[in-house]
Write a protein that binds this ligand. Sequence first.
Ligand SMILES: NC(=O)c1ccc[n+]([C@@H]2O[C@H](COP(=O)([O-])OP(=O)(O)OC[C@H]3O[C@@H](n4cnc5c(N)ncnc54)[C@H](OP(=O)(O)O)[C@@H]3O)[C@@H](O)[C@H]2O)c1
Length: 327
Amino acid sequence: MTATMHAVRAHERGGPERFAYESAPRPEPAPGEALVAVCAASITAGELDWDATWTDRLDGTGHDRTPTVPSHEVSGIVAALGSGVTDLAVGEEVYGLIPLTHDGAAAEYVTVPADMLAAKPECLDHDSAAAVPLAALTVWQALVDHAALRPGQHVLVHGGAGGVGTFAVQIAAALGARVTATASARDGEFVTGLGAQQVIDYHNERFEDLVHDADVVLDLVGGETLDRSWASVRRGGIVISVVQRPDPEKAAAHGARGVFFTVRPDRPGLLAIEELIDTGRLRPVVDRVVPFTETRAAYEALVTEHPRGKVVLHVDHGGAGEAGEPG
Ligand SMILES: NC(=O)c1ccc[n+]([C@@H]2O[C@H](COP(=O)([O-])OP(=O)(O)OC[C@H]3O[C@@H](n4cnc5c(N)ncnc54)[C@H](OP(=O)(O)O)[C@@H]3O)[C@@H](O)[C@H]2O)c1
């Protein structure tokens, strides 16, 4: 008989209204994979608009893989190992980014390629650890892999109070950069506390009037914010957007580079991030922790409630209520 678990799944592409909390087959680890008993998972704004959430390719040209489980950041305990996995043990506490084209972690169990998991940072509980992988790896890959950021450089972060932005400000500062961030006025002090030297109220000030020498612009907003960013980057600098592809003609006209990328699972990156966390230079900002039975409301809150930092789903095994309740 197939083992089952509780999971939040969407049977058709759409928004949070598609989610159902239901009984689903418990996955089996394939060779090279670990089965993780999920303790906590975390969610990201815009995730349900990504093609990878619904198909088996990042660019959306692959096969529909509904029903899909959302939420690709996990912290949990290794419950079983597929063949060939020698560097993890059953019972180990791990965290990581699940490939965006696989089922996510809004479930009691998830399978993850073992080499994409790392030991959970010792100083964090599972709820806090789940807030780290996607957002922190996005920032690490932007600032280290794409921008090759050096100490003393100036980084402009758009959206410094959000899920990714709270990591961007802290990681840029930890790498020795001077950090300017845009945010709502109510978040000014909060973002300064994360390490920004200047916070620009994006509702009332135009960042391009105030910043002209950024070595790196990290755009977490897109649209006209991305478009206006060329005026803030120095010649030879880089504008990195994780929301949309920067216009190559505008990049060339400003003598700067424009980069878009999608975050990828990355154990060495996780280990570097873990070092920042365990040495007290980085702390995940968790706006709220909600039971994973309330996944639908959690995604809705991302749009309506302006969370500071990340929203985390707590996965309670066995105590999660009856399948069939709203997800
Ligand atoms: N490509 C990738 O691999 C990748 C990876 C991770 C995330 N992302 C994308 O990155 C984006 C940010 O994700 P997130 O989780 O950080 O979202 P989030 O938690 O919703 O944060 C967004 C932040 O941006 C602020 N903001 C909104 N409009 C702004 C503007 N015009 N100027 C400056 N700040 C503005 C918001 O402030 P207020 O609430 O005060 O308005 C909020 O603090 C999403 O689109 C997500 O899909 C992409």
